[in-house]
Design a protein around this ligand. Structure first.
Ligand SMILES: [Ca+2]
Length: 490
C-alpha cells in the first residue's frame, strides 16, 4: 500500500497552497456567518450519511460482495475517494467530521468510555465537543438551512452538549457509543440504559424498532415537516449500522446464508481482486497478513458454520442500511428534491475486530450474558442476540488493508467516501487525493455557500477550521485529481 499512501501525501502537498489560501481569504471575511453569502441563490440540500465501523471494501462500489445498490447509484453519479482517512474510532472522527477541527483541539481525543482519569484533567481529553469549536450544523442553520439529525451522536450527553444545542433544529439522537438495534437496550454494561434523546429530551423508542429503518423514517419525517417552506435542509444521518451488536432482519440474513462458507481468507482475496478490478487499489497491491486472522481450515465444521453465520448477519445489516438509504433517495425523488441534493457517504472508522475469535467462548460471552443476550446460531442477529464478526472477518472487511478500528493501521483509518450531486463534473470518477475527516465540514460549507466561522462565534472565541475544501476535486479542477487507479500527470 506504500504506493497509494505516498501518492496521496504528495497530492495533499500539491493542493495545500491553493486551498489553504482560499481558507485564509474566507476567514478574513467572516465574523460569524456572512450575510452576503446567506443570500446565495442556489443552496442545495445536503444529506450526510455516516456508517459506523464500516470497512474499506464492505460496499459493492469499493469491492464488496454485499448488495448495496443505493450506494452504488450514488457512486455512479458521484466521486469515490480511494485515499480518504479518518480517526481510528468513533467520537474523534465525529468531532472532526462535524467541525473541521482536529479531534484533540476540539476536546475529543478519544471516546469518553476509554479516557483515563489523568487524561480527563486536560481540555483535549474531555470526550465531548468543546465550546471552542462550531459545528457545521450551527453554521448552516445560520445560513438559512433546516438542520436535522437522526442517529448516533456520541459527542457529549449533558444538556448543553446535546445536538439540539449544537446547531441541530430537530434531533433523534443516541448519546452512547452504541446500542441495540432492535430495542431500547444497552449493548455493554457501561450504560444502565440506552440513552436516546429527541429534541434534547429523553425519548422512548417504539416497540416496532429497527435502527436503520427508524432513523430513515425520522429523517424523512423531519424533512417532510418543513417541505413547503422553501428552505434547504442539512440532514445528518449517522446510522448504528454496522456497529456491534451486529443485527439484521431475518430476510437479509437469509440472503447471505452460506455466502461466507469458504471463510475469511477466501473473502479477503476475493475483495482485493474486486477492488483492483474497480480501480479502488492498484493492481500490485499486496495482501497483508495479520496474526489476528485465524486459520480457517483449522476450524471444525460446526465452528466454520457458526463463523459464516456471523458474517452473514453483518452483510445483511449492511444491505438493510443500503435499502433504507434507497428509501430516502426515493422519497427525495418523489418530492422533486433529488436533483438539488448533495449526498456525502462515509464511515466514522474502519471495521470492528472486537469480540473474541470464538464468540461462544465463556470469556467472550459473559458480558453479553450479563445483559441477557444470547448468541445462539439459529437466532443470531435477531432481537435478543449479541453478535460481532471478530478479528478474522474484520480483516476481510478491511481487505486489502492492514488492521482495523482502534488501530492506526489503514484498515482502521481508511474508509469509503462518496460525494454525489450537482457539482460533480465527471460522475463515476475515482479520486486518489489524500483526504481527511476535517475536510468534510469545509466542503459542506463551500457546497452550501456558507462562510467559515471567524475568530469569534456567538461571542466566544473559536478555533479556525483545519480541513480543506474538496469541491475543486469534485469539479475536476483540483490538480490532485487522479483517475481510474492511475496517477494523472500534473
Ligand atoms: Ca465507529
Amino acid at each position: 500500500m506504500n504506493i497509494v499512501r505516498l501518492c496521496g501525501w504528495g497530492v495533499a502537498t500539491a493542493i495545500s497552497f491553493s486551498l489553504s489560501t482560499a481558507v485564509v481569504e474566507a476567514n478574513d471575511e467572516a465574523e460569524g456567518v456572512s450575510d452576503v453569502l446567506s443570500t446565495v441563490a442556489s443552496r442545495p440540500n445536503i444529506v450526510f450519511i455516516l456508517a459506523d465501523d464500516l470497512g474499506y471494501t464492505d460496499i459493492a462500489s469499493y469491492g464488496g460482495e454485499v448488495s448495496t445498490p443505493a450506494l452504488s447509484a450514488l457512486a455512479e453519479q458521484g466521486v469515490r475517494f480511494t485515499n480518504y482517512h479518518t480517526a481510528a474510532n468513533c467520537a474523534p472522527a465525529r468531532a472532526m467530521l462535524l467541525t473541521g477541527v482536529d479531534s484533540h483541539a476540539a476536546g475529543v481525543s478519544n471516546i469518553p468510555e476509554l479516557l483515563a482519569p489523568e487524561q480527563r484533567t486536560q481540555p483535549q481529553y474531555q470526550g465531548e465537543l468543546g465550546d471552542n469549536v462550531v459545528t457545521v450544523a450551527t453554521l448552516l442553520e445560520g445560513n438559512g438551512y433546516h438542520t436535522y439529525m437522526a442517529g448516533k451522536w456520541h459527542l457529549g450527553s449533558s444538556p448543553e452538549k446535546r445536538p439540539s444545542r449544537r446547531g441541530f433544529e430537530r434531533t433523534l439522537a443516541l448519546m452512547d457509543s452504541g446500542a441495540d438495534n432492535w430495542e431500547q437496550r444497552p449493548y455493554i454494561p457501561l450504560y444502565d440504559r440506552a440513552n436516546w434523546f429527541a429534541d434534547g429530551e429523553r425519548f422512548t423508542l417504539p416497540d416496532d424498532f429497527y435502527s436503520s429503518r427508524f432513523l430513515v423514517d425520522k429523517t424523512i419525517e423531519f424533512i417532510e415537516s418543513n417541505r413547503e417552506d422553501g428552505k434547504p435542509f442539512f440532514a445528518y444521518l449517522p446510522f448504528q449500522a454496522v456497529h456491534m451488536p451486529v443485527q439484521a432482519p431475518q430476510a437479509y440474513i437469509d440472503k447471505y446464508q452460506g455466502v461466507y462458507d469458504a471463510g475469511w481468507d477466501a473473502l479477503r482475496h476475493q475483495r482485493r481482486l474486486a477492488a483492483v478490478q474497480l480501480g479502488i487499489v492498484p493492481p500490485d497491491t499486496a495482501m497483508v497478513d495479520m496474526s489476528t486472522t485465524d486459520d480457517w481450515n483449522a476450524l471444525d465444521e460446526q465452528r466454520q458454520r457458526y463463523e459464516s453465520k456471523r458474517m452473514a448477519v453483518y452483510a445483511g445489516m449492511i444491505e438493510a442500511m443500503d435499502f433504507h438509504i434507497g428509501r430516502l433517495v426515493t422519497y427525495l425523488k418523489s418530492q422533486g428534491q433529488y436533483g438539488n441534493t448533495i449526498f456525502i457517504f462515509t464511515s466514522d472508522n474502519g471495521s470492528e475486530a472486537s469480540g473474541a475469535a470464538d464468540q461462544m467462548a465463556f470469556a467472550q460471552s459473559i458480558g453479553p450474558r450479563q445483559l441477557g443476550y444470547h448468541s445462539d446460531y439459529d437466532r443470531l442477529g435477531l432481537k435478543g442476540s449479541f453478535n460481532t464478526i471478530g478479528p478474522s472477518f474484520a480483516s476481510a472487511s478491511a481487505s486489502p488493508l492492514s488492521h482495523y478500528k482502534f488501530y492506526a493501521g489503514e484498515g482502521g483509518m481508511r474508509v469509503p467516501l462518496i460525494i454525489a450531486g450537482e457539482p460533480v463534473r465527471q460522475p463515476g470518477e475515482l479520486n486518489r487525493a489524500f483526504a481527511w475527516a476535517t475536510d468534510i465540514t469545509p466542503t459542506i460549507l463551500a457546497l452550501s455557500g456558507t462562510a467559515l466561522p471567524g475568530e469569534r462565534y456567538a461571542g466566544r472565541p473559536v478555533l479556525p477550521l483545519m480541513g480543506r475544501d474538496l469541491t475543486p476535486l469534485l469539479r475536476g479542477r483540483g490538480r490532485a485529481s487522479l483517475r481510474r487507479g492511475r496517477c494523472r500527470r500534473i
